[in-house]
Write a protein that binds this ligand. Structure first.
Ligand code: FES
Length: 105
């Protein structure tokens, strides 16, 4: 499953990962900067926020209530914000492109 992370300065990094991992795990295993993930994926910190590309937003499973509530604590929440730890990788998400924020808080 190929993923594209664009950082706040516009630099693209392509990584590949496997089904069942979360987007946050894929990012940290590949050393993607800009995702702190302080809580380790428990949907309890909001420091794994990413901005999902418009093309992909509607193709993700809808945002969960706890994810949405936690995003209220995120810095600079956008319409396209999601928590990377709550996005499970599936083959349908091959090519998923997200931007990482400059700061997580
Ligand atoms: Fe903490 Fe995602 S890693 S909310």
């Amino acid at each position: 499953i190929n993923l594209v992370f664009v950082d706040a300065s516009g630099e693209r990094r392509e990584v590949s990962s496997v089904e069942g991992r979360s987007l946050m795990e894929a990012a940290s295993l590949s050393g993607i900067p800009g995702i702190d993930a302080d809580c380790g994926g428990a949907c309890a910190c909001a420091t794994c926020q990413v901005y999902v590309d418009a093309d992909w937003l509607s193709r993700l499973p809808p945002i969960g209530e706890s994810e949405s509530n936690m995003l209220e604590f995120a810095a600079n929440r956008h319409e396209s914000s999601r928590l990377a730890c709550q996005i499970k990788l599936t083959p349908e998400l091959d090519g998923l492109t997200v931007t990482t924020p400059e700061f997580q808080f």
